[in-house]
Design a protein around this ligand. Sequence first.
Ligand code: C2O
Ligand code: CU
Length: 501
Amino acid sequence: MEPAGEQTTHHGMKRALVVGLAVAGGALLVAALAWLGHAWYESRLPETYSVMDYAIPDDGGAPMGAGHVHGTTSVVDLRGPEGTPQRQFTLTAQLGPVRLTSGRIVETLSFNGRVPGPELRVSRGDLVEVTLRNRNVEGGVTIHWHGVDLPNAEDGVAGVTQDAVPPGESHVYRFRAGQVGTFWYHAHQASASEVRRGLFGALVIEPASAAAPESTDIVVVVHTLDGTPLVNATDGVERRAVAPGSLVRLRLINTDSAPQRFAVGGTPFRVVAIDGTDLVGPTPLSGRTLVLAAGGRYDVAFAMPPTPVKLAVEDTLVGLALSSDGKADPPSPSPGPEFDPAAYGRPAPTPFNAASHFDRDFTLDVGRRPGFLDGRPGRQWTINGGIYPRVPMFMVDRGDLVRITIHNTTGAVHPMHLHGHHMLVLSRDDVPTSGSPWWSDTLNVEPGERYEVAFRANNPGIWMDHCHNLFHAAAGLTMHVAYVGVTTPFETGGAAHNHPE
Ligand code: C2O
Ligand code: CU
């Protein structure tokens, strides 16, 4: 038998250990709670702030130069040209009934009472003037010209380039149509909600010389409105009469927040343009599935055969059927291997390439981790490890040649959209692009993928660079490319309740 005293000591040590552990555990818990509390507190955003306030300036590995010396420019002074416009449009944003071709009525947002809004067609070189009126959209409205590299003040981003337009008021956009191609316009105030609910439409810029190579030119806007897939305004199959032998160009525009998959049946076709830029030497394709990024555009061309052609949107019953009498609706083609723009068409000279000297080299790592976004806990998107608004701001100088390496380490696809510039795609997963020069403004970055892209900083301003899954953008997957010396008087929140995402 052990002496009683030793037992007591033993018990005492045990008790001390337990108490000690409890104290240490308690302290850890307190520390963890304090850390969480701090993270929560720090994540909260004020009612009103500037995008310049929180972002972490990133100089892309080179000190900032001349911009500082030459003083500052406000975005409000970076307007479109003066003069008499060649084309004028009025787009009235409103909440009200919209009729689908099936007869179904949806109470929703629209421009001019239609979803999609009016198709705007202009010619290259036109000075375009668009008056936005807000009839009754409570949250306010702006218009962003997706893919058009226009002056910054015309970019339509609430809280960065203008204030959201309240009900009863209007705003005028002016820009010279400098690019030929397929673009679209959409609200950039509360865009995740307003675009989904119908505030968008197509913008086509045709070549200035009269004769376009294709005689049949059809815009195909694909959207999901109130749970209903649409091709243009049709919640079914849009049928069109096309004379055999005529050259057809279909301008596919994905206005949803998820990629759309298209199949073309009944004819070989060529992908002749991506994101508003013609491809060089596109070759005929058959049975390929076209995966179009949210916000992206593909132009598809073919000669109309004597038999019907069907464009189907995968996983839906909607599509476009072309035939000589406009009555046929052939069955949907089955999906095939995916079209890959990285090795399609013929290489051609570009103003810069992978071998160029880059003035700035940025990394854009899209990740995900637990944390707080404006006080809300969850698995948050990150850019270079930071949760919005603590994301980088890529700082550039006028004239810089800029390279960005985009890496997606998440399990979701991110269609990365840069405003005001087109990005030349240099490589994917370290494999150089080998086909036609591929200029993109909305690049679908799949899980695990790494892209190198480059652009010339030739359009001063403060430009959004964000995921065009607008729900991701609203959840913080958004940042800016800013030119040194450019400032904005506009703020997120504020009297206009600016919330671009
Ligand atoms: Cu299509 Cu920032 O937008
Ligand atoms: Cu995304």
